[in-house]
Design a protein around this ligand. Structure first.
Ligand code: PRP
Length: 175
């Protein structure tokens, strides 16, 4: 049975999202970025970030999957479940992701998007599990860096559970 411990409260998340939005707004003045959210985990962050931005943005989603049921680690085999539905050539693309772990998912998605020749390509991640990184990842905007643990909530799941939580919590497993 898992125990959940709050790591970042709803309020802390709200403030962090506004902070990131300020940085992005400053960097994209006069531009109309295309936010590309990575389903499913990023949809909550994407919705809040988009509204905090106060910029004219377009949105798109891709879906990748690498975690099997009941797993806390990537299987390493990434599948693209949903592709872009519009061309991104010449656009200022900002990838929006809930969490970077090994980095394989984001590396895969950045390579995929790069091949489509956007005018610029940046990456925004809410929770960065830097200690787990296996590949180099150029993250332009980071919310929280964490040092250990498996997190859920605010869109992030464990075996499809806990996405609905308003806080971001650490899963403590007890047998
Ligand atoms: C999670 C998360 C990232 C990825 C990070 O997605 O949303 O996309 O894992 O792992 P990595 O850095 O080791 O590649 P998941 O596969 O659980 O799918 P979901 O977003 O649908 O929950």
């Amino acid at each position: 049975m898992e125990q959940l411990k709050v790591l970042f409260t709803e309020d802390e998340i709200r403030r962090k999202v506004v902070e990131i939005a300020h940085e992005i707004r400053r960097d994209y003045q006069g531009k109309r970025p295309l936010l590309v959210g990575i389903l499913k985990g990023s949809f909550v962050f994407m919705a809040d970030l988009m509204r905090a931005l106060r910029l004219h943005v377009e949105i798109e989603f891709v879906q990748l999957s690498s975690y099997g049921r009941g797993r806390k680690e990537s299987t390493g085999k990434i599948r693209m479940v949903r592709r872009l539905t519009t061309p991104i050539r010449g656009k200022d693309v900002l990838v929006v992701e809930d969490i970077a772990d090994s980095g394989h998912t984001l590396k895969f998605v950045l390579d995929y998007l790069e091949r489509k020749k956007p005018s610029s390509l940046k990456l925004c991640v809410l929770v960065d599990k830097v200690f787990r990184r296996e590949v180099d990842l150029p993250i332009d905007y980071v919310g929280f860096r964490i040092e250990k643990g498996f997190v859920v909530g605010y869109g992030i799941d464990y075996d499809e559970r806990f996405r609905y939580l308003k806080d971001i919590c650490i899963v403590d497993e007890e047998s």
